[in-house]
Each structure stands twice: as C-alpha cells, then as structure tokens.
Design a protein around this ligand. Structure first.
Ligand SMILES: Nc1ncnc2c1ncn2[C@@H]1O[C@H](COP(=O)(O)OP(=O)(O)OP(=O)(O)O)[C@@H](O)[C@H]1O
Length: 581
C-alpha cells in the first residue's frame, strides 16, 4: 500500500532526526557542552593548549638536538636505512629552518593569550577577584569593545545579540569610573547622598537581575545599590533613598513616581543607562522615559549609555536627542542578516492549538537535555491554562501578584520546577542558568519578540534549542524568518514511539541505579510473573521499563497537526490530481 510505504519512509526520517536529538544527550556532546559551560574545563583547555604548544616546542627542540647529533655523528655512523640517511644528510639549511620554526612557535604562543583577559583591562583587583570567583576570566566582545569607551567618559550605544553579556558591559566600567575613574573626585560618600547612577529597564524581573549584578560587584568596591519597581511597597524604597545610595535601578513608572515625590534627586547623577530601550517603547513607557531623561538639568555632566539587542527608530531617536554628539556606537549585529542568537538551534513544528498540551511534554523530553524549559504563550490566560495542563510547571505573567512572581522565578532559578510557562514578561533579558529549551506556542506578532524569547537559551557561549509551534492553517512563519534572518529547521512532531525510546533510556538508567538490596523482596513475585505472563524475561522487562517511563500504551500522532491518534497518510497517484481551490 503506497500510503504505508510512505509512512514508513517518514518514520525512517523521524528515526534519523531522533538519532540527532539523542546525539544531544550523548556523553560526547555533553562533554562538549560541559566544556563550554564549565570555566574550569575552559581553564583546563587553555592549559592543554599551552601544554600542546610546549610539547610542539619540545619536539622541535628535540628534532634540532637530534639534527645536530646526526650531523656530528654522520661521520662515524654507518647509515642504516633511508630514514637515517635523510637524517644524517641534514644541512645547515634545515637547522636554520628548525630555528625559525621555534621562533615562530614562540610568537604563536604569545598570540594564543586571550586579548580579552580581565587582567588586560583597568578593572580593580577586588572586582577582578569577584569576577574570577564567578568563573569570568575574560571579557566578552561587547564588554571588551565598550569598556574603555565608557571608562573614558564617552556616551555609548551598544548592541549585541541576546546573551552576549550586555549587563556587565555597563556594570563594570561604571563601577570603575565611580571608584577609580573620571568621576571619582566628584562623588560623595555621605549619608543621604543622591545617586550617581540611574538605570532604567522595562520589567521588574529584569531590574532585579541587573540590581543583583550591581550589588555583587559594587559591594566589593564599597558602592551601594537599590532596586525600585512597581508592585512593591513605597515605604522601604523611600527609606533606602533617604539613607543614600550610589546606584538606582528600576522600571520607568516607579522611578518617575519617586522623582515626582521628591525621593530621588538627580543633581549628582553621573551616569544614566537605558537597557532594553526598545522594550520600554513597546510597553508604553515612552513618556515616562522621556520625562525622566529630561529631568537632568545639566546633561553635559552626565554620561548616557544605551544598550539593546535591537534598535528600532524610537531608540535611535532617543539616542540622537539624549546622547552627546560625540557618542560612540558599538554594534555587533549591524547589517548582518541573522539577528537572533547564533548559538541556538531554531526549529519550527506544525501543531494545532488543541494538540499543544499533548505535544509539549514530548518536545521537552526530546530537546530539553534534562535542563530548564520556558514556554511562551501570547496571552496571560493561555499561560495559566497551559501551566495547569503540564505537570510540574508554573505560570508567570503580569496578572500574577508581584510577590508570587518572585517566588515563581526563584523556584525556577533554583530548580524546584523545570518548566516555566510565561508571557512576554519573561522574554526580555532574563538570564536563568541552564535554560536548554524555549517553546513558543505560536509565532509572535513581531520579530523582536522572537529574537528575545529564543534568546533566553544559548547564553554566554552555551548552546540551546528554540522550538516554535505554528498552525499551518492560521499562521505563517515566513515574516519572522525573513526579518530575523533565522533559517528554521522544519521538523514534524516527535512520534510517541521515538519519544518512548528516549524515555526508556532514562528509565533504564534509573533502574540500573536501584540498589541490589531490593532484589530479595521482589524476586519471588518477579519469578511468578515470568511464569504466568507467558512472556520472555526480555519482553517483561521492556514492559516494566515502559511503566517506569510512564507508558501504558503508545499512540500514533499526526505529522501535520501533531494530534494524537491521528495518522498522516501521503497518497501517491500515477497522474496529477486537481483540487477545486
Ligand atoms: N565575560 C563573561 N564571561 C563569562 N560569562 C559572562 C561574561 N559576561 C557575562 N556573562 C554571563 O553571560 C550571561 C548573559 O549575560 P547578560 O544577561 O548580560 O546578556 P545580555 O546580552 O544582556 O542578554 P539579553 O539581550 O538577553 O538581555 C550571564 O549569565 C552573565 O553572567
């Protein structure tokens, strides 16, 4: 039957894909990923490089010694074979060549030293130590390229893809500038001091994250920070401002309120930073941002920095109006077609709305590498609904109380649960360790959202997978593909039998870890089962593995809509078939 033959063909394709997927879990790949993640491994790798080049050098030295020996001994040793003949015939020319090679190796050794090592920048010892304790040995490109520009007092527009370290790109030079740089002399360290730095961010979660970086690195150089955002009581925030603080980080609405209530004075301001400015525009903070920026009386005394992963017109306009004409732009994306993260594997998969909750657990099984997953929905209701349907997941969106949002995010960060279902509140800037998989339930309305959502994985040099579901009857992915520059990999839904196979591998591992002490208690019932079931020990064990992996039966699934219990048939006819449409 042609349809069957074709459906088998599909299965083969799926098998191949599944092998690729499983390759993600293979220890070799794991080792590679670990290498990328683990700074110690990086260090070991550097050591290895140094050792390799030393070995190379040693080999050349030995060769040189040997050449010399050969030459001197050429008179007394009878050539034994061709190889030795070649050696004894070594000439001055070869010796010179080896020496030159040694010199070149020496030079290359110098070259392998990382030009972005933190020791090469004007970063104070205390901050350097702190960075090292966090596994940071060298600066990322956006940080290395902007560090001196900022520290030397120039306004800056910085742009890099998601997860490339834009936060430390402004945190580090600002801290240095306040403690050792140009603004050190004019900064007062007294009770009730007005802030020297004001950082504006679009969401509360993001503000908190940036605040934590300022806290960690600022603390070691004696600088204090506070975070001001809506949904939290005014009183505690006011108290902090009264005591005096060096760095204020917050969302535009709450910052504006504090300025209007007279809690924040901008007279001592040395830096203002706009992070994720494009999102502030999208979230309707245009007036608040412009009002806050306009409150600074003498803008010539303030350095303004603007960081973003995308630069729409409003952001360019803000840069033109509020940054000095001497400003510099460091744009690591530029006119490159690919705007999204290049360390992410971008995949699309056809799926009807009703099949989502059945399909998503399988996508997680296949692609999350047992790490964290963030699922994005378009509406708050669908985030709550989906979180209710997926065991072990929690929802995060704007209708959830701030205190609960923080509990949820902390739980996700600390690994209490591994799947977060969120709206765009989690799309921007959030940096959560070990997010391996992003699932977007449908194509977002604008390309920026796609870039930022998929950028929650594949951060800081790690790899990740972003899967976007789409209903072929309702939505199109071509606009996102065109505007983001992403070349999507098209796949069909993982077939339950394939997912079961990878679940079986996990279950087998779990069973192998069970202590032998359980055997006596279960042995007699196992023997009885073997005798009465009429199955071989192998088949019976397969059933036990299936149950341990959560399977009682295996259903089929449509390749077109991902609906369970649907089979996709591909019909072949000997001549063209015309439809009415
Ligand atoms: N030099 C560095 N070496 C190693 N890790 C770093 C370095 N700089 C930053 N990181 C880590 O990289 C991750 C991403 O950084 P960050 O959140 O600043 O990226 P981003 O460019 O602002 O991303 P997004 O556009 O999504 O907001 C963080 O976990 C951060 O700690």
């Amino acid at each position: 039957m042609p349809s069957l033959a074709l459906s088998d063909h599909k299965h083969k394709k799926e098998d191949k894909k599944m092998k690729n997927k499983l390759a993600l879990k293979n220890p070799e790949t794991d080792k590679k990923v670990k290498k990328l993640k683990d700074p110690k491994v990086k260090e070991d790798e550097n050591d290895l490089e140094v050792k390799k080049s030393k070995k190379k050098r040693k080999a050349s030295e030995l060769q040189l010694e040997e050449d010399e020996r050969s030459e001197t001994s050429s008179e007394i040793v009878e050539p034994v074979d061709v190889k030795v003949k070649v050696k004894v015939k070594v000439t001055e020319k070869k010796k010179k060549k080896n020496k030159e090679k040694l010199e070149k190796d020496d030079k290359d050794e110098g070259k392998t030293e990382d030009p972005n090592l933190i020791s090469r920048f004007r970063i104070s010892e205390a901050v350097r130590k702190k960075l090292k304790s966090k596994g940071i040995e060298s600066l990322f490109p956006i940080q290395a390229l902007t560090f001196d520009v900022i520290l030397d007092g120039t306004d800056l527009v910085g742009r890099a893809r998601t997860g490339q370290g834009k936060t430390l790109a402004f945190v580090l030079p600002i801290l240095e500038s306040l403690t050792n740089g140009t603004v050190k002399a004019s900064r007062k360290n007294v009770y009730g001091r007005a802030p020297s730095v004001l950082v504006l961010l679009p969401t509360r979660e993001l503000a908190k994250q940036v605040f934590e970086d300022f806290e960690v690195y600022g603390e070691v150089v004696g600088l204090t920070s506070c975070c001001l955002y809506g949904g939290a009581p005014y009183h505690t925030q006011e108290m902090k401002m009264k005591k005096g603080v060096d760095i204020v980080i917050g969302t535009p609405g709450r910052i504006k309120d504090h300025i209007e209530r007279g809690n924040i004075h901008l007279g001592s301001l040395k830096f203002r930073v706009l992070d994720e400015a494009d999102e502030m525009l999208r979230m309707g903070f245009v007036d608040d941002v412009e009002l806050i920026l306009g409150k600074v009386k003498d803008a010539s005394k303030v350095q303004t920095l603007l960081f973003s992963a995308t630069l729409p017109d409003w952001v360019k306009g803000i840069a033109a109006r509020f940054l000095k004409t001497s400003k510099k732009t460091v744009d690591l994306v530029g006119k490159e077609k690919m705007k999204a993260s290049t360390s992410v594997k971008h995949i699309v998969l056809p799926c009807s709305k009703s099949a989502r909750s059945q399909l998503i657990p399988d996508i997680i099984r296949c692609y999350s590498s047992s790490g964290r997953t963030i699922i994005f929905t378009e509406t708050k209701d669908s985030a709550s609904e989906l979180a209710g349907l997926l065991p072990g997941s929690r929802a995060l969106h704007g209708d959830i109380q701030q205190a609960q949002r923080e509990v949820t995010l902390n739980g996700f960060r600390s690994g209490k649960f591994m799947t977060l279902v969120a709206t765009n509140v989690a799309a921007r800037g959030l940096d959560i360790n070990d997010v391996q998989l992003i699932i977007q339930c449908e194509p977002p309305r604008d390309v920026e959202a796609y870039i930022h959502r998929s950028g929650r994985t594949g951060r800081a040099g790690n790899t990740g997978v972003a899967v976007m579901l789409y209903d072929p009857k309702r939505s199109s992915i071509s606009k996102i593909e065109r505007e983001s520059g992403v070349k999507f990999e098209h796949i069909s839904a993982p077939q339950p039998v394939d997912v079961a196979k990878s679940a079986g591998v996990e279950a087998a591992k779990i069973i192998a870890e069970v202590s032998d002490s359980v055997i006596p208690a279960f042995k007699s019932i196992a023997q009885e089962l073997l005798e009465t079931s009429g199955l071989s020990a192998e088949d019976l064990l397969a059933k036990a593995l299936a149950k341990a992996a959560g399977y009682s039966e295996i259903k089929s699934r449509s390749l077109l809509t991902s609906m369970e219990n649907h089979v996709t048939l591909l019909l072949e006819a000997g001549k063209p078939i015309y439809t009415l449409s």
